[in-house]
Structure formats: C-alpha cells, structure tokens
Design a protein around this ligand. Structure first.
Ligand SMILES: NC(=O)c1ccc[n+]([C@@H]2O[C@H](COP(=O)([O-])OP(=O)(O)OC[C@H]3O[C@@H](n4cnc5c(N)ncnc54)[C@H](O)[C@@H]3O)[C@@H](O)[C@H]2O)c1
Ligand SMILES: N[C@H](CO)Cc1c[nH]c[nH+]1
Ligand SMILES: [Zn+2]
Length: 433
C-alpha cells in the first residue's frame, strides 16, 4: 500500500518529479476566475446561482440566525461541548502568548521610532465542509482572530444540500467568539467575502484551509484582500527508528491519509524492519476504517517509505520537503529539534500523535503545506494584526540627519526628496530657529 523509495527516487519523484505538489491547478483557477468575476459584477444574483450549482440548496438567509445558534447547543452532546471547551482553552492559552503590545523605541532624547499594533477590522474564516465537518478548524481559525481584537469575524462554511450547517460547527463558533456564520462555501464564499454583495459585507482578510477550489479562489482575490496562505492537501513526515512502534506509525499515517485522497504521507526510517511492520499495520488498520477508500487511495498514490542510511539523512529529506507536520518518533526526541529547518509543526516522541495537535494541544493546525514551510508559518495572532511604524525627530535631530538624507536622495536623483529636508534647513538658518 505504501511504496518503497530510495532517497534518490524520493527526491526525483516527490521533490522534483511527477509527484511534486502544485500550488494551484490551472483549470481550477480558470473556473474560479469565472465564478469570482460573476459574483463581483452581479452580486447576490450570481452568488445564489453558484451556491445552487455547487452546493445544491440555496438557504433562505445566508446567515445562521441567533435562534439557530442557540438551538444548536441542545443538539450537541454535553461531553463533546466539554471537549471543545477544553481544546479552546488550550488554543487560547497558546495563542495569547503571541499577542504583542505596540512599542516605542526611544533612540535618543529627541528621536523616537515605534510600531503600532492594530487588529484587522474584519476577517473571513473558511471552514471546510465538503467531505467532513471540522469544528476544530473553527477554533483554530477564530480564536487567534478574536484574541487579536478583530471586530468582525465572519465564518463561512458550505451547507452542502442541507439548509442548516452542522450544530457542532455553530457551537464551536460560539465558543471561539465568531460574530457571524454564513452558510456558503467553495469559490463563491471566497468571492462574497472578498468583494461583498448586496447582503454581505466585504472583509479585509480571508484565512483558513479548503480544497483546491478554495485555494484557487483565495489566490485570485489576494491583493484585493489579504489571505493567510494557499493551503494544499495535508501532509505528514514520520522519522522513526527501531524504538518506534509500527502500530503508532501506521495509525498516524492513516490519520493524515483519511483527510483527502491527495493527502501526502511519508515514512523515513533507518530500519527496514519498521518499514515492513508498518506496511502490515497499514493493511490491518485501514481495513476497519470508515474512510477506508479515501485513506487507501491516498496511501497508494501519495505516500512513500524511504529506507535511509542515517537519521541525518532522514532530516535532510524532511527539510527538503518542508512538511506541514513532522513527527519525530525517536527516543530523546528533543535532542533532534535542532535538526529541523523546515516544517509547519513538529510532534516529538512516541506519545505525541499529530492528531493531538489537530485538536487539542494548543498550537494552530492551519499550517503551511506543499513545500511552503521553507518560507512561511502556521496561522497565528500575527495574521490578524497590522503593524504601523512611526517616527518622530526634533528640529535638532533633523539638522543632524539632514546631510545624510540629502546625500542619499541626490544619489537617487530625487531632488524633491532632498528639497523636503533642505527647505527646512534653509528656514531654520533664515529664521535663526
Ligand atoms: N490544513 C488544515 O488545517 C485543514 C483542516 C481541515 C481540512 N483541511 C483540508 O481541507 C480540504 C477540505 O476540502 P473539502 O472538499 O472537504 O471541503 P471545502 O469546504 O474546502 O470544499 C467544498 C466546496 O468545494 C466546492 N466544489 C466542489 N466541487 C466543485 C467543482 N467541481 N467546482 C466548483 N466548486 C466545487 C463546493 O462549493 C463545496 O462546497 C481537505 O483537503 C482537507 O484535508 C485542511
Ligand atoms: N490535520 C489537519 C491539518 O492538516 C487538521 C485537522 C482537522 N481535523 C482533523 N485534522
Ligand atoms: Zn488531521
């Protein structure tokens, strides 16, 4: 089910070859452009057409009413509400440490520079709802936004042939502090959030994962609004030696594979025995999985087991791939943290499954995929904050800086810039200021 690759074959196939991930699919981008253009021009009328076309049913109102939100609480078991609340507490705890205060850096008594931190006014959070229902993604998207102080957090999620969204999503939204929930998904939701319609206000930034249609739509609207990232299918790399348990490795590979037939799962091990045992475990565990078809397809098409010569080689491959999730299933895992150069989130040791991070531990599960952890990071409070710098110079401070500023301006042949300083110097001299 999981194919073996040598290191070289792995690099040629998954990093440089036929299975190298692609940020966007051109035909999907083309289709998304059409939908977005229509909604931008024709607003509500086009939005309804596309919701009907792609999601089956057009709800009477886009927004989940406060009555519906209240009633949702009676439809979710108490134990599940408790789990959501505990997870939310951990997520809040972790993200609250990311909050930063505006700061002033006094350079000297007559020069000040600084940074103002201001929350975005409104954001849209996308919660996927095509093939599964993700209350955890509601918490992961909304909690950092609310902590940052965003005034209006608008969640969108497809109702998919139903008039209502799943009650658990609404409850998670209440726990996280979401202000509005709209029953719209896919490209049409991104278009409505980016450009607004007669009934929907445009937001300033759109965050959250989704399928290839959602990713394409986010890439198109970027520039008119902010986005967090272009999220691709989920990924996990597991680095393991003989100290690992093949049952755990297989379970963690399946946990990613069941998301999506395009999810990518990799095992790098110095032990041939571990690879063989994991293969057997995968067969066994997949056989009893409700989402067996999805997981098996993903494992067959998008996974690899690589027998490496050394642990360093495993880290080399992982850093080249820059996976969304990296599990280090080795004894004394903390000792290996220094070897991690590129990864969205790292799971240390034999008892820290990636699923723990998906739901509960606190760090965000909206993470960079498809090699983008080389240059980007998971969702955080920072995504919901703008930083405005400021500068203050006294007259005397400007006089000291003036020759340098004028030199530099003249070197760029921008006389207007030089004059903006020079004119002040002239007045200071003339008026004996
Ligand atoms: N990174 C994360 O944190 C995270 C969390 C949860 C889910 N995910 C990923 O998000 C993805 C969710 O995908 P999904 O499909 O289940 O839900 P989704 O909500 O992203 O997409 C469903 C929507 O896609 C649109 N769509 C489907 N087929 C279409 C077509 N042919 N043309 C135009 N639009 C079409 C429909 O409007 C539909 O409602 C999965 O890949 C999953 O792994 C990631
Ligand atoms: N593993 C997903 C992110 O890659 C997040 C998730 C949500 N629910 C379960 N898993
Ligand atoms: Zn997951």
């Amino acid at each position: 089910m999981i194919r073996s690759f040598s290191s070289r074959e792995f690099i040629n196939t998954f990093l440089n070859g036929t299975k190298k991930g692609k940020a966007l699919d051109e035909s999907i981008v083309k289709a998304a452009n059409e939908v977005i253009d229509s909604i931008r021009v024709r607003g509500e009328e086009a939005l309804k057409e596309y919701v009907e076309k792609f999601d089956g049913v057009v709800p009477e109102e886009w927004e989940v009413t406060s009555k519906e939100r209240e009633e949702a609480w009676n439809q979710v078991p108490e134990s599940l509400i408790l789990s959501l609340k505990k997870a939310a507490d951990n997520i809040k705890g972790f993200h609250s440490k990311q909050l930063q205060q505006s700061r002033m850096m006094e350079v000297s008594s007559d020069i000040m520079t600084g940074q103002l931190f201001r929350p975005l006014k409104s954001v849209g959070i996308y919660v996927p709802g095509g093939t599964a229902c993700y209350p955890s993604t509601v918490l992961m998207n909304a909690i950092p936004a609310v902590l940052a102080g965003v005034e209006e957090v608008v969640m969108v999620t497809p109702a998919r042939n139903a008039v209502q969204i799943a009650p658990i999503l609404s409850v998670a939204a209440d726990i996280a502090g979401v202000h509005k929930i709209l029953k719209i998904g896919g490209i049409q939701a991104i278009a409505a959030l980016a450009y607004g319609t007669e009934k929907i206000n445009a937001v300033h930034k759109i965050v959250g994962p989704g399928n290839a249609y959602v990713a394409a739509a986010k890439s198109i609207v970027y520039g008119d609004v902010g986005i967090d990232m272009i999220a691709g299918p989920s990924e996990v790399v597991i680095i393991a030696d003989d100290s690992a348990n093949p049952c755990f490795i297989a379970a963690d590979l399946i946990a990613q594979a069941e998301h999506d037939t395009n999810a990518r799962t990799f095992l790098f091990s110095i032990s041939e025995n571990i690879i063989q045992e994991t293969r057997l475990e995968l067969e066994k565990q997949c056989a009893v999985l409700p989402r067996r078809e999805i997981a098996e397809k993903s494992l067959k098409l998008q996974s690899a087991a690589v027998k490496v010569a050394t642990i360093d080689e495993a880290f080399y491959l992982s850093n080249q791939l820059a996976p969304e999730h990296l599990e280090i299933q080795l004894d004394h895992p903390l000792e290996y943290l220094g070897k991690v150069q590129n990864a969205g989130s790292v799971f240390l040791g034999h008892h820290t499954p990636e699923a723990l991070g998906d739901y509960f531990a606190g760090p965000n599960h909206v993470l960079p995929t498809n090699n983008t952890a080389r240059f980007s990071s998971g969702l955080s409070v920072d995504d919901f904050v703008k930083k405005t710098t400021y500068i203050y110079y006294s007259k005397q401070a400007l006089e000291k800086a003036a020759p340098h500023v004028m030199n530099l301006a003249e070197s760029e042949q921008l006389d207007g810039h030089a004059r903006a300083v020079g004119i002040r110097m002239k007045q200071h001299t003339e008026r004996g200021m």
